[in-house]
Design a protein around this ligand. Structure first.
Ligand code: HEM
Length: 236
């Protein structure tokens, strides 16, 4: 079939697309948009992960019956191995793009800062000033979390594994501190995403601050409730 495009045209078009993509990633605003979009994907993952984790409150019926969370975790692992791997690699790629571009933006920001701008940062919130610190803490938490519950976990015995992990006070404390960091990161992250994507005008900005705080409270409160419920004996 004749489409009216020569091979040369297609190559030129591909070149244009690649050049535009490179220009986008190397521009400051392009990087900000990518950080916002990857951040939004990570937030979506958090919401899904929290929803799955909440099935722990279905309890453990015992007598050979699987708990809700065991059924949920086993269900996840029944998807084709290639699909699970593709989802995990996709998540990892999104996380890496988010971390690397954030660090590049931070570096550019620090090196380009004038005395006047430095004074301006005094007004920034604690959450915004500690984004890199809370990000590093979340990264360390993730390494431990994946080692503990994914590498050494068993989807058929997820409930007991989580109860055993959080029965250790130090482990619970570490989770609670890490999730508090996540709270600060998510709170500022939601605001930044809305601002970068142009969704926050000066008039509605206070409303978005409220949305960001409420979102962070619901998500992080949900995660923190699990170690707290184990420590207080609500979940056993
Ligand atoms: C009390 C809080 C949490 C509990 C009980 C929990 C539980 C779990 C469990 C059981 C798994 C293993 C799933 C499986 O492969 O069978 C898992 C995986 C994972 N969790 Fe969490 N999680 C918690 C908080 C978090 C937080 C705050 C984050 C992100 C900052 C997170 C990120 C992940 C990731 C990325 C995985 C790997 C997903 C995969 O297996 O592909 N989790 N979590």
């Amino acid at each position: 079939m004749e489409y009216g495009y020569s091979r040369k045209d297609v190559i030129a078009l591909m070149n244009d697309i690649i050049t535009t993509a490179c220009k986008f990633v190397t521009s400051s605003i392009g990087r900000k948009i990518l950080v916002a979009l990857t951040g939004a994907c990570l937030l979506l993952f958090l919401v899904g992960h929290l929803a799955g984790n909440m099935t722990i409150y279905g309890g453990n019926p015992g007598a050979g019956e699987p708990s809700w969370i065991d059924a949920y975790a086993t269900g996840l692992h029944t998807m084709p191995a290639w699909l699970l791997m593709a989802i995990r690699l996709g998540l990892l790629a999104i996380l890496l793009v988010h971390v690397v571009l954030t660090l590049v933006l931070k570096y550019e920001n620090v090196t380009a800062r004038t005395h006047y701008q430095k004074e301006g940062t005094l007004k920034a919130t604690l959450s915004s000033r500690t984004m890199v610190l809370t990000g590093v803490m979340i990264f360390c938490f993730l390494v431990f979390h994946l080692w503990q519950l994914t590498v050494n976990g068993d989807p058929h015995d997820c409930y007991n594994h989580i109860i055993a992990a959080f029965s250790n006070g130090w482990c619970s404390l570490f989770y609670i501190v890490a999730i508090c960091c996540l709270f600060m990161h998510v709170r500022h992250g939601v605001q930044s995403i809305l601002q970068t994507l142009g969704l926050a005008t000066r008039k509605v900005r206070p409303l978005y601050n409220l949305v960001a705080v409420l979102f962070a409270i619901v998500v992080c409160g949900g995660f923190i409730s699990i170690p707290l419920a184990v420590l207080t004996g609500i979940l056993k």
